[in-house]
Ligand binder design. Structure first.
Ligand code: HGY
Ligand code: MN
Ligand code: MN
Length: 413
């Protein structure tokens, strides 16, 4: 076990302080959607804390932020041991999703700084741009660009749900960096994150050793029917886009239940003209499909596509789909997972191996470096919700495991 000491209370204070930015008194939680003023404020706060630690701060062209504690042996081109996550949020989010992993990474680096120890290998903490993909799709965008899965040019030209161009917003908030994404390939990558689901709590386990992460399929569906009078149009003569959209939602639940592992979510839906006494002429909605198994995920997509064709024919509407995101399931580095498990055992912390239901930056960085994740429990399995919570001692213990795994890997380097 490492003899470095983590300053847990300072980490908790920083989580608290960051969580104040974008606070929403009316609906609760905080909202720091990527590249908004609230998120800029979060970026500024993080960069200030990195500066206080004397880190080498670098920002790349998609706005990913990196703070590095250089090893004495690093001539500037050493592959660092990298930790990271994100500080952008969904709407009315909890304070921990992403932020915990970034600030725990900062706490790990601070443990070296506090004793004036120079690590055997440089250590970096990264905050990746637009992990949530709420305003600009896809999600995990900053880490996807960093891993070479999306060109910077295309990412910068992405138009948001609010019509803004991502590159313009990045310039506006002052985080259009100069480094080429991928400029610093990690030797290894570790991401500490809240589970955001119910498993660890239900099993009374403290540490999740995340071995893999499920595949993600996002698409937008547009149903075009005919507007007509709600009072004069007989049911059999309707071409009701709203009815069709609702039926598709019910079919998605059937697909998920019959698969047993696939999860299906209709998170956004808009009717036009969206008035009480007009049959909707148009329904636009999103479909989020997930499964740890690529074949089953593809099968769910295929079943949905077949259903869309069938119901369009039956109800006399036209249906168009647009693919927004498609990430295959990812298996993390087995050696790192073993190291995480050994660390949890060393501390005597209860632990279990598991799959990540949520998408994370680690799934993208796994394309360019050995990567793995550590989870801590989420109370009642809640996340993407102001009620998101993990107990302070659990947060600190999770960060202690991160520090221990980092020092183990530095020693192994
Ligand atoms: O969508 C996800 O799983 C992540 O929260 N971006
Ligand atoms: Mn997250
Ligand atoms: Mn999230």
């Amino acid at each position: 076990m490492t003899d470095l000491q983590l300053n847990g209370s300072l980490m908790l204070q920083q989580i608290q302080a960051l969580g104040q930015l974008g606070a929403d008194a009316e609906h609760g939680g905080r909202t720091r959607i990527a590249l908004t003023d609230a998120e800029k404020a979060g970026r500024d706060l993080l960069v200030g804390w990195m500066r206080e630690l004397g880190l080498d701060i670098q920002i790349d062209r998609i706005g990913n932020i990196f703070g590095t504690l250089r090893a004495a042996s690093d001539q500037g081109d050493q592959q660092p041991l990298m930790m990271g996550s994100h500080i952008d949020t969904v709407t009315n989010a909890g304070a921990l999703d992403g932020c915990y992993g970034v600030l725990a990474g900062l706490a790990v680096i601070r443990a070296f700084r506090d004793v004036g120890e120079s690590p055997q290998r440089s250590i970096t903490v990264g905050a990746f741009t637009n992990e949530e993909g709420v305003r600009y799709q896809p999600d995990m965008m900053g880490s996807l660009v960093y891993a070479g899965g999306l060109s910077v040019a295309r990412a910068l030209d992405t138009l948001g749900t609010d019509g803004t161009r991502l590159g313009d917003e990045l310039e506006r908030i002052g985080y259009a960096g100069t480094q080429e994404p991928g400029f610093m390939v990690p030797h290894e990558y570790l991401e500490l994150h809240i589970e955001q689901g119910p498993i660890l709590e239900a099993e009374g386990a403290l540490i999740g050793v995340v071995e893999n992460l499920q595949g993600i399929s996002w698409q937008q569906v547009e149903v075009q029917g005919n507007a007509n009078h709600a009072g004069t149009t007989p049911t059999h003569l309707r071409h009701d886009a709203g009815l069709v959209a609702s039926a598709i939602g019910v079919e998605l639940r059937r697909i998920a239940l019959e698969s047993g592992t696939t999860l299906a979510t209709v998170g956004c839906m808009k009717f036009e003209p969206n008035v009480i006494n007009v049959i909707p002429r148009k329904a636009t909605f999103t479909v989020d499909l997930r499964d740890p198994d690529e074949t089953r995920l593809a099968d769910a997509e295929c079943r949905l596509s077949e259903y869309l064709d069938k119901i369009a024919e039956e109800k006399g509407v036209s249906i168009a789909t647009e693919r927004l995101v498609r990430f295959e399931p990812v298996v993390f580095n087995a050696g790192l997972a073993d190291e995480i498990e050994a660390s949890a055992k060393g501390f005597g912390f209860s632990h279990r191996r598991m799959t990540s239901g949520a998408g994370h930056d680690a799934q993208m960085i796994a394309r360019i470096a050995p990567a793995a994740m550590i989870f801590v429990p989420s109370r009642d399995g809640i996340s993407h919700n102001p009620r998101e919570h993990t107990d302070d001692d659990q947060l600190i213990k999770g960060a202690q495991v991160l520090l221990d795994v980092v020092t183990r890997r530095l020693g192994a380097a």
